[in-house]
Design a protein around this ligand. Structure first.
Ligand SMILES: [Zn+2]
Length: 408
């Protein structure tokens, strides 16, 4: 068939299509609504509502995978205690003032530190992504450093928050009291302010303040990582009376404790959903260098009963007072260390002047140190912390005048 012979046929087809499209009824935008006849139709004919797609509750920042680079340098590790919400209550000259000044930061200082870390390119990572346990060909477990993939130029760091219980002195000395779930389904914190009135806020305790900070700076966190909450057991957890007793005294009413455990469950769930994870700080905040295996065993069992039963198992242990098991854990693996390892602990962290870490070769574990932004280091270790921030820029003037060594 030549083109000449099919041309009239093609034209005819085109014309037919045009006519058909012209005849197509225009969309009846302005047609008045007709009385519904659909009401008489059987129910089955009604289109079912599509199932609502459940939005993920917590969406970590999505980095461009193709732009991530391998990082094999030091992963920094800093830890905080609970932050001071009201310096005027904390620094009022009473017997608690010095301890709070030594070991805590104020909410303002915490935000300034985060701002400095963010500006310097630090990126928060989960400690479980830094090291993991693997098995060799004989089935023997060993810890290994993973190769982190992070945005170019960034420096990974881990955060842990110690003693996230509410110790007895705290509510009257400038700290918030307990986490709660607000009507909006989000975490809030409750406390009593300086005027004696109840305060429900986000940003006056270290947990909701961190949540808020990462919400405002989502690329500060890799895969949505938050901090590891290092918990003792003797004074409950997160402001709830989950403990059976307080170091042998003041037994709580059984029903009260059961109600507190129920109340803290959704808080723990919410924390886990939003990037938080948990570590042990021993039940009684005990010195692991001065206790024998029997004593450590009794304490660990209490931790599992009072804390582990609420937050689940954890491979992470933070030494109270920075005191290493058996007095030494880096060059030796003593009986206390071995016992703790037998209970599932693999990450053992102390306190030091840098983010030291070492993978042990005789047992599957990583041991290390953490830096501690607080009053002692703001005053007396400015130089050590200069890679992170300058204490001069962070220091809250509402602290008492205990001096400093900034210019020495
Ligand atoms: Zn502690």
């Amino acid at each position: 068939m030549t083109i000449k012979r099919i041309l009239p046929f093609i034209l005819a087809v085109i014309m037919l299509i045009s006519v058909t499209s012209c005849q197509k009824k225009p969309e009846a935008v302005d047609e008045p609504e007709t009385p519904s006849e659909e009401t008489t139709e059987p129910v089955e004919a009604v289109e079912p509502e599509p199932e609502p797609v459940e939005e993920p509750k917590y969406k970590p920042y999505q980095f461009d995978e193709s732009k991530l680079v391998e990082y094999n340098g030091t992963v920094e590790h800093i830890f905080f205690h609970q932050i001071v919400a009201w310096p005027e209550m904390a620094f009022d000259g009473d017997t608690y003032e010095k301890g709070i000044d030594d070991w805590m930061c104020t909410a303002d200082e915490f935000v300034k530190i985060m701002d400095e870390l963010y500006a310097k390119g630090y990126i928060l990572v989960d400690i479980r992504d830094v090291w993991s346990e693997y098995e060799d060909s004989n089935g023997n477990p060993f810890m290994m450093r993973n190769t982190l993939r992070i945005p170019e130029g960034r420096i990974p760091f881990v955060m842990s928050y110690d003693d996230i219980s509410v110790y007895e002195y705290m509510p009257a000395n400038g700290f918030m009291e307990r986490l709660i779930i607000g009507d909006d389904g989000e975490l809030w914190c409750k406390g009593i302010g300086p005027d004696g009135k109840e305060v429900i806020a986000q940003g006056l305790d270290i947990i909701t303040l961190t949540d808020k900070y990462i919400k405002e700076h989502p690329d500060f966190s890799l895969n949505g990582a938050k901090a590891c909450l290092s918990l003792t057991g003797y004074a409950g957890i997160l402001g709830y009376d989950t403990n059976q007793d307080s170091r042998g005294t003041a037994y709580y009413d059984v029903d009260h404790r059961a109600a507190e455990i129920e109340a803290v469950k959704p808080i723990i769930e919410k924390l886990k959903e939003t990037g938080w994870y948990f570590g042990s700080h021993t039940w009684g905040h005990i010195r692991l260098d001065k206790r024998n295996v029997e004593q450590v065993k009794a304490d660990t069992e209490r931790w599992f009963q009072d804390v582990g039963a609420c937050v689940g198992e954890t491979p992470i242990l933070f030494y109270p007072h920075g005191a290493r098991p058996d007095g030494k854990d880096v060059d030796q693996t003593g009986p206390v260390f071995k016992y703790l390892h037998s209970q599932g602990f693999r990450y053992f962290f102390s306190v030091g002047t840098n983010s030291f870490s070492k993978i042990k070769t005789d047992i599957s574990a990583v041991v290390g140190d953490r830096l501690h932004p607080d009053g002692t280091t703001l005053r007396w270790a400015r130089k050590t912390y200069l890679p992170f921030y300058d204490a001069k820029d962070i220091y809250d003037d509402r602290r008492p005048d205990y001096g400093n060594s900034w210019d020495k």
